[in-house]
Structures are given as structure tokens and as C-alpha cells.
Design a protein around this ligand. Structure first.
Ligand SMILES: Cc1ncc(COP(=O)(O)O)cc1O
Length: 391
């Protein structure tokens, strides 16, 4: 039985995930681990399948944004170390204990509250990474005094173990390294202050993809590899540097649902913003903004058919778009590529991001539960996951 009804799918190349992990493995010091960042459902690629491939390819731990994302991974049978990078309310700490998931902390009040809950529930200890804010301005302690206070609170907690310390860079993907170097120097001063207090440092980490590319010797115990795992560069500048060659893992594909040739002129889609001229061949594709294919691509986006580019015409609808093909071309059920390669052509996520006025990170994250994920290894489909089918 066909695993999904509508012929629109995300295709994830597991060979690319493997290649990207191996590329960073070779770029980093041997003593530096790789924490695969699979938050936001693996940046839209599917967290479970990407996590499995990353771990099989050389990653040794995982990171997510919230505890619920860790639950999904544990429920799928993944037992690798998982760190929740974001804030977890203290009243959820029992789940972290039961699933052996590490949390992020930066407040003594949170530590006291979480420890009390675990003592009352008589649950096993939870590992905690202390977050330092060296210039991201988001989460974390900002002074040495606060850092020492948080570490002391952890050391006085029977049910919380100090298992890591990290920071996150705000500008590592930019050519001007002033900000990122300032952050790293502040992080180093935090680490030095702890050493001077006689503390044995747990897992130390600070690099995202950009910093891992530009400053591999800042890898410490592990990097947190996000966008690079998926074969995308954190910024155009990082792509130009070409220190590492990455392989994009995601394609978005569909099949022609309907096609017609204009005899008389006719308008296309809501608002009648495009008029097909006599002889034009208009194909209808089963994907729309409710899938995460942005309405901003109305009359601007392009698709690949038969290895050539064709324009989206008319407004993107909730469930469908129209494209203009060559006269006489196009048959129902023929494949069209919305993101990715076909023949010698490619519509990259960078290109789509530029059209949308955003960054490549956001484009795959927009692709939601309505689109099944098809996992391919050595050009063979190895698994299909359809969130809609799971409902
Ligand atoms: C704390 C934290 N750490 C790491 C990442 C991954 O960043 P990239 O996708 O740029 O590698 C994200 C994040 O929020």
C-alpha cells in the first residue's frame, strides 16, 4: 500500500547526513566530540531518522530545544546522551530524570526548585549543563559571581549533577570576528575562574556550525552541530570560505496534479494576479502555504521540471500552486522538484531563503506535518515517515 496519498514529499538523503558528520569529524581535533543538534524535528528533516544516522556516522550525543523533543527521541528507542538547550520549567524535571535527559540551568532558584522536586519524587539525579551568556543575550549567567553561585548550588544538590558548561555565539558566521572572539575570551575567563576555585570542569562546549568551521580549535569537549549536519552553511560568508564541503540533505518534490493549455487567456489563482496567454501550459501542483511552501513565493518562486526552471504563476494557495511550463510539455503524475536538484539545475534552500527575505535555517523548518519524509540511502528508499498518518 502506498505510504501516503498526496504525491508531495520531503526526501532526505542519509548519505548526505553521514558525509557531513564525517566532514566535521575530519575538520575537528580528535578529542572533540560531535553533538548533533536535531531540534525543530531535525531542522525539518525528521529528528529521529537524522539522529540515528548522525550517531551511526560519528556523532556521540544529541541536542534538542525542549524536553518534549527529547521524549520523541527516547520513545523512538534512541539512548544516546541528549541535552535540552532551552529553558525547562522545574515542574518537568521528573520527566528528564525518568528519561535520563540532561537539562540546561543558569539560575540558583531553578536549581533549588528542581532539586526539591527530584528529592520528593525519590528519582535518580539529572545531569545539568550550566549556560553562560557571553554575548548572545538570551539565556545564561552573565558574571563570574553568578556562575560560581550556580555551580555551588549544583554541588549542594543531591539530585542534580554538574555535567557541562557552555555558551552560544551570536556572530560566529560573520567575517568580522570581533564579537565572537570577545565572547570566546569571556567564556575562557569563566572557565579560568572555575579552575582557580579548584573546580574540575565537566563537558565544555561553545561551537555551533559556524564556529566549528572557523575555529575548530575552540571545539573543547564537543561542538554542537546544527545547520552543517544538514549540509547547509550558516551564512553566505561561511559558504564562500569553503573550509568544508557540505552536502545538502533535503529535497522537496511533488507530482503534477493537473495541466492545461490556454486557448483563450485565463487568469490564475486568487486575486487573478496572473493571466495565462494562448498556448501557455499551466500545471497545478499539490502543495501550498499550509504545507510550509510560503505564499511569498507567489509569482516569484521557481520549480524544476525535466531539468529546467519554470516559474510559479499566480498566488500560492493553501494547498496548491500553479506553474507555467513550456507549451506542450507536462503530463499528470510527472515529478517536479520544488527544493533540490534535477538534472544540472538546483533550487537551493539558500535561494528560497533569499526570495523570502530570511535565512536557510527557516525554510526546511517551515515544512510541516502534512508532508511525509522519505529517507533515502544509496538512492534507495529505506523508510517513510508520515506524521499525518500517525494521528
Ligand atoms: C544553543 C545552540 N547551540 C547550537 C545550535 C546549532 O547552531 P547551528 O545550527 O548554527 O550549528 C543552536 C543553539 O540554539
Amino acid at each position: 500500500m502506498k505510504p501516503f496519498s498526496r504525491d508531495t514529499w520531503v526526501e532526505v538523503d542519509l548519505n548526505a547526513i553521514r558525509a557531513n558528520v564525517e566532514t566535521f569529524r575530519g575538520h575537528l581535533p580528535k578529542s572533540t566530540g560531535i553533538m548533533a543538534v536535531v531540534k525543530a524535528d531535525g531542522y525539518g528533516h525528521g529528528a529521529v531518522h537524522v539522529a540515528r544516522e548522525a550517531l551511526a556516522s560519528g556523532a556521540d550525543s544529541l541536542a534538542v530545544a525542549m524536553l518534549d523533543e527529547a521524549v520523541i527521541l527516547r520513545t523512538a528507542g534512541i539512548d544516546a546522551p541528549i541535552l535540552v538547550l532551552g529553558y525547562t520549567p522545574a515542574d518537568s524535571v521528573e520527566t528528564a530524570s525518568r528519561l535520563n535527559v540532561e537539562l540546561t540551568a543558569y539560575s540558583t532558584e531553578w536549581i533549588v526548585s528542581a532539586n526539591q522536586r527530584l528529592e520528593q519524587a525519590e528519582l535518580r539525579p539529572v545531569g545539568v549543563h550550566v549556560k553562560t551568556d557571553t554575548g548572545m543575550g538570551r539565556l545564561g549567567v552573565r558574571t563570574t559571581a553568578d556562575l560560581l553561585e550556580v555551580v555551588a548550588a549544583l554541588e549542594n544538590s543531591a539530585k542534580l549533577e554538574w555535567t557541562g558548561i557552555f555558551t552560544h555565539f551570536a556572530c560566529a558566521d560573520e567575517p568580522d570576528t570581533t564579537h565572537v572572539r570577545g565572547q570566546h575570551e569571556m567564556f575562557q575567563s569563566f572557565l579560568q575562574a572555575l579552575r582557580e576555585q579548584g573546580k574540575k570542569l565537566p563537558k565544555v562546549h561553545c561551537c555551533n556550525t559556524a564556529a566549528a568551521i572557523a575555529f575548530p580549535d575552540w571545539g573543547y569537549d564537543t561542538i554542537r552541530l546544527g545547520i552543517g549536519l544538514y549540509g547547509l552553511y550558516p551564512s553566505p560568508y561561511m559558504k564562500e570560505r569553503a573550509d568544508v564541503r557540505l552536502v545538502p540533505a533535503l529535497s522537496l518534490k511533488t507530482k503534477i496534479a493537473h495541466v492545461k493549455t490556454a486557448v483563450e487567456p485565463f487568469t490564475v489563482s486568487y486575486g487573478a494576479t496572473y493571466t495565462a496567454k494562448p498556448g501557455e501550459r499551466i500545471a497545478t501542483l499539490p502543495i501550498g502555504y499550509a504545507d510550509g511552501y510560503s505564499r511569498l513565493l507567489s509569482n516569484r518562486g521557481e520549480v524544476l521540471y525535466n531539468g529546467s526552471r519554470y516559474q510559479v504563476v499566480g498566488r500560492v494557495c493553501m494547498d496548491q500552486i500553479m506553474v507555467r511550463l513550456e507549451p506542450g510539455l507536462g503530463q499528470v503524475d510527472e515529478e517536479v522538484v520544488l527544493y533540490g536538484k534535477q538534472g544540472n539545475e538546483e533550487i537551493s534552500l539558500d535561494e528560497v531563503a533569499a526570495l523570502l527575505g530570511t535565512i536557510n535555517y527557516e525554510v526546511p523548518c517551515m515544512l510541516n506535518y502534512r508532508i511525509p519524509r522519505v529517507y533515502v540511502r544509496n538512492k534507495e528508499v529505506v523508510e517513510v515517515f508520515h506524521p499525518l498518518a500517525m494521528k
